[in-house]
Design a protein around this ligand. Structure first.
Ligand SMILES: NC(=O)c1ccc[n+]([C@@H]2O[C@H](COP(=O)([O-])OP(=O)(O)OC[C@H]3O[C@@H](n4cnc5c(N)ncnc54)[C@H](O)[C@@H]3O)[C@@H](O)[C@H]2O)c1
Length: 296
């Protein structure tokens, strides 16, 4: 079932935003991708074409033809002006994990977009009730939490705020299914299920390393070999982005006051030194900072 969503606005074209934009476009939706500079948007279009999970890799694997790839590209427009999103039926926000930044953007969009437009946030853990309070559309505000890389990962954690309507939940659920995702619905709480779960695991791994019990590579190796995890906690951290993890853990600790969620100094030290993970504009992540050359 296709739904009434045709035009999707994506705010933020970074690690998650460009992958979400590509996924929507691949499944036939018109996408308008917004960021603060045209340079960032051009980089994102470059990653959509030639990134590790981009269209070129799909052509190489014979999953799509060159012509289909061009059709996908033609469905994506870029803009630095939020007003160009005024006719979107759905907004998916993927800017950094900062409550005030997200709130300001939603507040602005609330005035620009039609009242039927659905607002979804890809926040990793900020409460949906908190973000929706910046708008006048609680019933049409929802968490649509994708996983990295969005082109590949199947789960969409749908977060139902206290005011989110049943219609909005059903629509985002059916929309996710049209993109061959597996939607799971959860109730609003800091970190929802997935981030609360993974955050405590990551923080504990950082502390075990800080206490000198085992090295970074060794912790990653043990996590994979003992438990069958596809990635260890440090590899996963470098992929997610250490700044994102720091923001999430600070927010989770502030909200829940559970010391298990508090970020250790090590994480803050790396982020402040410009080591924010394996992404553009960063000096690298844990592996680079500690000079570990092992294959991840
Ligand atoms: N990285 C992950 O693995 C992951 C997974 C799930 C959810 N998330 C969440 O997704 C969101 C985005 O994370 P990311 O890793 O893609 O971050 P990122 O830093 O890679 O990208 C954020 C993008 O937003 C842009 N931006 C900043 N201010 C903006 C503004 N005012 N208007 C428009 N664009 C703006 C930045 O220029 C950047 O391109 C965060 O809330 C994060 O918690 C991240």
């Amino acid at each position: 079932m296709k739904n009434e969503i045709k035009n999707v606005g994506i705010i933020g074209s970074g690690v998650m935003g460009h992958g979400i934009a590509l996924t929507f476009a691949r499944y036939g939706y018109q996408v308008t991708m917004n960021d603060i500079s045209q340079e960032f948007l051009d980089n994102a279009m470059g990653a959509i074409r030639a990134g590790k999970y981009g269209l070129d890799s799909l052509i190489q694997k014979s999953k799509i033809t060159k012509e289909e790839a061009e059709t996908v590209i033609s469905r994506i427009n870029t803009t630095t002006d939020l007003h160009d999103l005024k006719d979107c039926n759905l907004i998916v926000e993927a800017v950094p994990e900062d409550r005030d930044m997200k709130g300001k953007i939603f507040n602005e969009l609330d005035k620009i977009c039609h009242e039927e437009t659905i607002f979804a946030s890809n926040t990793s853990g900020i409460m949906i009730s908190d973000l929706s309070s910046f708008t006048s559309r609680g019933a049409k505000f929802i968490g649509m939490h994708w996983f990295n890389p969005p082109q590949i990962m199947k789960l969409v954690e749908i977060v139902k705020g206290p005011e989110t309507s049943v219609e909005t939940v059903d629509l985002i659920k059916s929309l996710s299914l049209t993109m061959e995702k597996v939607p799971v619905i959860v109730n609003d709480s800091p970190g929802f299920f997935t981030t609360r779960f993974i955050n405590s695991w990551l923080m504990e791994a950082y502390r075990i390393f800080e206490e000198g019990i085992a090295g970074i590579y060794e912790i990653d190796q043990m996590s994979k070999l003992a438990f069958g995890f596809p990635m260890g906690p440090f590899e996963l951290s470098d992929l997610i982005g250490l700044d994102t993890i720091l923001h999430i853990s600070e927010y989770m600790f502030d909200e829940m006051k559970n010391p298990a969620y508090a970020p250790p100094t090590l994480l803050k030290k790396l982020v402040l030194s410009g080591y924010t993970g394996d992404k553009k504009g960063s000096k690298g992540g844990f592996y680079k900072f500690f000079g570990i050359h092992a294959e991840k």
